[in-house]
Design a protein around this ligand. Structure first.
Ligand SMILES: Cc1cc2nc3c(=O)[nH]c(=O)nc-3n(C[C@H](O)[C@H](O)[C@H](O)COP(=O)(O)O)c2cc1C
Length: 376
């Protein structure tokens, strides 16, 4: 099959890309510890995926905590210290030297954390005091530990957290990123506020849809004020029930969010549609078009789809008008030249999930390109 739509250029406000094969944010836990500092190995990994012909149209770099309190996994890089900013600069320089584009995903995990990863061993914070049923790794053994109980946030703390996102966005632009993506997906802090199954705050920060969206939108406004809407994206996962998160009416909740983000003039809205297309939620067919339409008709630029897409399904999604670009995750882990492979209609390297998180070059920078003999 040819993939002409997927391989065509796209402009979304201030973000321009040579193709619509974007790289989804992927936590790989290879930052230098202590300090959660991006390093030369990370620069090499991203640069391998940055060539305008063989690489990603836009690389969305891994989820990156905006503050010490935003951390929930060991060895994830941050963007709240000068050393982290300098570490990211070497990454963006390496990507730009190859002609690529890279945006940074801004993250606060909320309750999906462990006190061992928090400043002074404090409990993680959340709009609920219910403990996340997820597990995390807290040191270089990468053994999984249950999340520990959160402390419910005091409303007086919220402006400072929004400010952390704005400061992190400014740092990201200073570090050379072409833009930022606000992580509103996968049941981390902003999603914890958004969903009625998790937000237990009193009005005006909890309750009605409008109230639950107040904090995520405060963050979005703060980031837009800091760096300008034309280089800001926002990620959601409206149908995911990941980490025991539910919303009783995802269509109306996320359509309302998308409409305000569109009005702000964001460059793109990015949705994790599913993690497994063989078990697709039947609501997807109506929920996603409603959200994408709400975003774009209000003034937002591009809808970026993600979630277990094959290149053929992605081509179809763009040709049919479902999406403007498709972000691939696992395929980029194992195929540094994914776009060239799509141009040649494959073949594709398989990914090794044992090396997703932590470790060094193995399973990170050693996947071969199509013309390279297998090195592994
Ligand atoms: C190893 C790994 C790390 C991930 N890290 C992130 C992350 O940092 N931020 C995020 O929003 N999603 C993250 N995800 C989810 C992916 O971005 C993507 O939504 C998911 O893998 C489904 O897309 P795919 O089938 O194309 O891989 C991660 C997924 C994997 C497998």
């Amino acid at each position: 099959m040819t993939h002409d739509h997927l391989l065509s250029p796209i402009t979304a406000a201030e973000l321009t890309a040579p193709n619509r094969v974007w790289m989804a944010p992927l936590t790989r836990s290879r930052a230098t510890m202590p300090g959660n500092i991006p390093n030369a190995l990370m620069a090499e990994y991203y640069a391998q995926r940055a060539d305008p012909r063989t690489g990603a149209g836009i690389i969305i770099a891994e989820a990156t905590p905006v503050s010490p309190q935003g951390h929930g996994y060991y060895a994830t890089p941050g963007i709240h210290t000068d050393a982290q900013e300098a570490g990211w600069k070497q990454v963006t320089d390496a990507v730009h030297a190859r002609g690529g584009k890279i945006v940074l995903q801004l993250w606060h995990v909320g309750r999906v954390s462990h006190h061992a990863l928090q400043p002074d061993n404090q409990p993680p914070v959340s709009p609920t005091d219910a403990t996340s049923q997820s597990k995390t790794y807290i040191d270089d053994t990468y053994e999984r530990h249950p999340n520990t109980p959160p402390r419910k946030l005091d409303p007086a703390e919220l402006p400072a957290i929004a400010e952390d996102f704005a400061n992190a966005a400014s740092r990201a632009i200073r570090a050379g990123f072409d833009g930022v993506e606000i992580h509103g997906a996968n049941t981390y802090l902003l999603d914890q506020f958004t969903r009625d199954g998790m937000n237990k705050m009193d009005p005006p920060w909890g309750g009605s849809t409008e109230n639950r969206l107040r904090f995520p939108l405060l963050v979005a406004h703060s980031v837009v004020d800091a760096v300008g809407a034309g280089r800001v994206g926002y990620r959601i996962s409206p149908l995911s029930e990941h980490h025991d998160a539910i919303d009783s009416d995802p269509k109306s909740t996320f359509t309302a969010l998308a409409a305000v983000l569109g009005k702000l003039g964001l460059a793109y809205l990015h949705a994790v549609e599913t993690w497994d297309r063989s078990k697709i939620d039947p609501r997807l067919k109506t929920v996603i078009p409603a959200i994408a339409d709400a975003f774009k008709s209000a003034g937002g630029h591009a809808y970026v789809a993600n979630g277990d897409y094959t290149p053929d399904q992605a081509e179809q999604a763009i040709a049919s008008g479902w999406a403007d670009a498709v972000a691939f995750g696992k395929l980029w882990i194992s195929n540094p030249d994914l776009t060239e492979r799509i141009r040649r209609d494959g073949p594709y390297n398989e990914w090794n999930s044992d090396t997703f998180y932590g470790g060094g070059a193995r399973g990170y920078t050693d996947y071969p390109t199509i013309d390279q003999p297998a090195l592994r």
